[in-house]
Ligand binder design. Structure first.
Ligand code: FES
Length: 679
């Protein structure tokens, strides 16, 4: 008995026998092969492109004859003439099975294609957006069988695409009749596929076949900046990215001052809600303009933010987050409509907010967890998102712990005498010669080091204006490595250190990094109060991490991931010298960049990831640092550089930290006493 021809799909490897005449698209569907289609096999959309292979294919155990597919047909020719078709490609809905065949589905024809991320250790994003396009032919009205246009559209979507229980907003009805007639009873519908709380919903209807895209926004709402990535929901491509300062800054630089503003001023929280929504709308206009798209095509948005921003975005007074027990109004994920938040995008656009982990550990930390997936890691990974609050995750596939630690703004250059935000002219890299104690540095915007020819000319425009967060960390770590600074954080005198750059500064000393005063420029020194500010910040960061390690029952971690913009810029070696992060091989410390933004993008492009992170967050064990006695103990030890108690064996095997002590007793504000008091 003759068996039906064998059809083998790559790269999935799925195979099956199909009767002669079966369209390849049909075979793919029956086997569950990921082959896209918007037009339902009508030869209009070209999403179903495939590449057949011919000849001896021993790997698949098949020999493919020339006539294994039906002849090139008129529909394919018409498509090729009109839009072009790569040589060797066929339309899967037109080519039919005639003999044994091997079919490759190229990435652009896969619905669940992968959006490749640049970092090797990061997982790829698999496309599975909430909103998809469907082309349908709708029955015309019939007086003998009266039914509404919407009901016939819904029936077509159900019969052709298996979509059930579809709803539509009023604005769809307001234009549906004209759209259907304009398209001669064919339309393309953008349908939000629904979720655990909402049924599928028609978002937009275009006459005929709609060739354009629909878009979504991944928004990282930070207390300082708001960043938005505009993504094509069909390809996953980021078509524009932009950021603005959070307009709430005028109500307070840090989160707690904004909480206080709400407490001290009647209607203050509302004012801040209004400001952030207005800022967001301006940002959305900016990205849409940059991408040259209509804002009305933005049908989905995902937000990640810390708990205070979360509440202010939603119009909830964050008062309770300013005091123990730091109760959130809700920690669950939120599924809303854009107009609930006054967002000026598509009228039916959906908004998804990731769940918060705890009162101090927000949806941004959940997004980092989604991006870095510590819960899927074989080795024990510490993920640190460094900002004014450090959010810390520690875990592996067995369990994940989370906490937040109040690092304050020192890492961003605030509270530092010559500190400034990272901007052109700011010192960002520092090296100090351990023999001569002379520094050299680089400033943002110039590639040369300060001791290289042409540096003065290259910095003439920007000047050398101050020192940013990464610069101060390198400066302090280099001072420690050069023996200018002792483990308690005291800077030695000129006599003690052998360099006139260590200058008396009140009762302590400062290190002169740059003196531009002769030409009207800045005098940039690293002072003892600067060092104390960084000591406090790094002690808070380390203690949070160490506390999670205690709870996990470990003394070391396998790798460290630094997330956030700051994490991307600091030198891992210098962070380790300061004892900001636990001891680990330098090559096991990596930067994840804006992991919270990436997590938002994953949740935007893959709706299954939303359920996944909700489940992960439910399983994350939260640790509240404020009530853990060991946090204080770790904090005291971690105030030393790198640490008073922890041995840091890997660091010590790689670098020599000079054994110096500048606490001569002549300093009434001595480092040791000061540390104890602050701790
Ligand atoms: S499915 Fe649309 S062209 Fe083949």
């Amino acid at each position: 008995m003759r068996t039906d021809p064998l059809v083998v799909f790559t790269p999935s490897g799925k195979r099956g026998n199909f009767p002669v005449g079966t369209p390849i698209l049909t075979a793919a569907r029956q086997l569950g092969v990921d082959l896209d289609s918007v037009c339902g096999g009508r030869g209009i959309c070209s999403k179903c492109q495939i590449t057949p292979s011919y000849g001896e294919l021993p790997k698949h155990g098949v020999t493919v004859a020339d006539g294994a597919l039906s002849d090139w047909n008129k529909v394919e020719q018409r498509y090729k003439d009109k839009r072009g078709l790569t040589e060797g490609r066929r339309l899967g809905c037109q080519a039919t099975v005639q003999g044994n065949i091997v079919i490759d589905v190229p990435p652009e024809s896969q619905v669940h294609k992968q959006v490749v991320r640049k970092r090797a250790e990061a997982r790829d994003i698999v496309m599975n957006p909430s909103t998809k396009l469907f082309y349908v032919e709708v029955e015309q009205p019939d007086m003998h069988e009266p039914s509404g246009d919407l009901e016939r559209l819904v029936r077509a979507l159900e019969v052709e695409w298996g979509l059930k229980n579809i709803h539509a907003d009023l604005h769809i009805l307001q234009s549906l009749q004209q759209t259907l007639r304009k398209g001669s009873w064919t339309v393309t519908a953008a349908v939000h596929l629904g979720d655990s709380e909402n049924p599928p919903r028609i978002m937009h209807v275009w006459p005929g076949y709609y060739e354009g895209a629909v878009y979504g926004l991944a928004v990282d709402l930070g207390s300082t900046t708001i960043a938005a990535h505009l993504c094509d929901l069909l390809t996953g491509e980021v078509v524009a990215s932009s950021g603005v300062m959070n307009p709430q800054i005028r109500f307070g630089e840090d989160l707690m001052s904004r909480v206080s503003y709400g407490m001290m001023n009647a209607g203050g929280a509302n004012e801040m809600t209004h400001a952030v929504r207005e800022g967001m709308n301006a940002l959305f206009t900016q990205v849409a303009t940059e991408a040259q798209i209509d804002k009305g095509l933005i049908v989905d948005a995902v937000f990640v933010c810390n708990p205070v921003m979360h509440h202010l975005l939603l119009g909830i007074d964050p008062f309770e987050l300013g005091q123990a027990p730091f109760a959130l109004a809700t920690s669950n994920s939120m599924r809303l409509r854009a107009d609930d938040l006054d967002l000026n995008i598509h009228p039916s656009a959906r908004v998804y907010l990731l769940p918060c982990i705890a009162g101090h550990v927000g949806a941004d930390a959940a997004a980092v967890a989604l991006s870095e997936a510590p819960d899927k890691s074989e080795d024990l990974v510490l993920v640190v998102d460094v900002g004014t609050n450090a959010e810390i995750l520690l875990g592996n596939h067995e369990k994940v712990l989370a906490c937040s630690s109040p690092t304050g703004p020192a890492f961003e250059g605030a509270q530092i005498s010559a500190g400034q935000r990272a901007a052109p002219g700011a010192i960002e890299r520092v090296e100090i010669n351990p023999v001569t104690k002379e520094p050299r540095f680089r400033v943002i915007g110039v590639d040369l080091w300060s001791d290289e020819g042409g540096f003065a000319e290259a910095t003439a425009d920007t000047g050398i204006t101050g020192i940013c967060g990464s610069g101060i960390i390198e400066a302090i770590a280099e001072m420690r490595l050069a023996g200018l600074l002792d483990p308690s954080g005291l800077i030695g005198s000129a006599v003690q250190t052998g360099t006139v750059r260590c200058i008396a500064d009140g009762r302590t000393h400062s290190y002169l990094l740059h003196d531009g005063s002769a030409t009207g420029g800045a005098l940039i020194t690293v002072t003892n109060p600067d060092i104390r500010a960084i000591q406090m910040a790094k002690a808070a960061l380390y203690s949070g991490a160490r506390l999670l390690m205690d709870k996990f029952g470990v003394d070391s971690v396998d790798r460290v991931v630094l997330a956030g913009a700051f994490g991307a810029h600091i030198s891992h070696k210098h962070a380790m010298v300061l004892g900001m992060i636990p001891d680990a091989p330098f090559d096991k410390v990596t930067s994840a960049g804006n992991a919270a933004g990436t997590g938002a993008r994953i949740a935007l492009l893959n709706r299954a990831a939303r359920a996944e992170i909700e489940e992960t967050v439910r399983r994350i064990h939260k640790v509240e640092t404020a009530i853990e006695p060991r946090f204080q103990e770790h904090f005291v030890n971690a105030s030393a550089i790198p640490n008073a108690m922890e041995p840091f064996p890997i660091l010590n095997s790689l670098l020599t930290l000079p054994m110096v002590s500048f606490n001569t007793g002549g300093d009434p504000e001595g480092g040791g006493r000061r540390r104890r008091r602050r701790a």
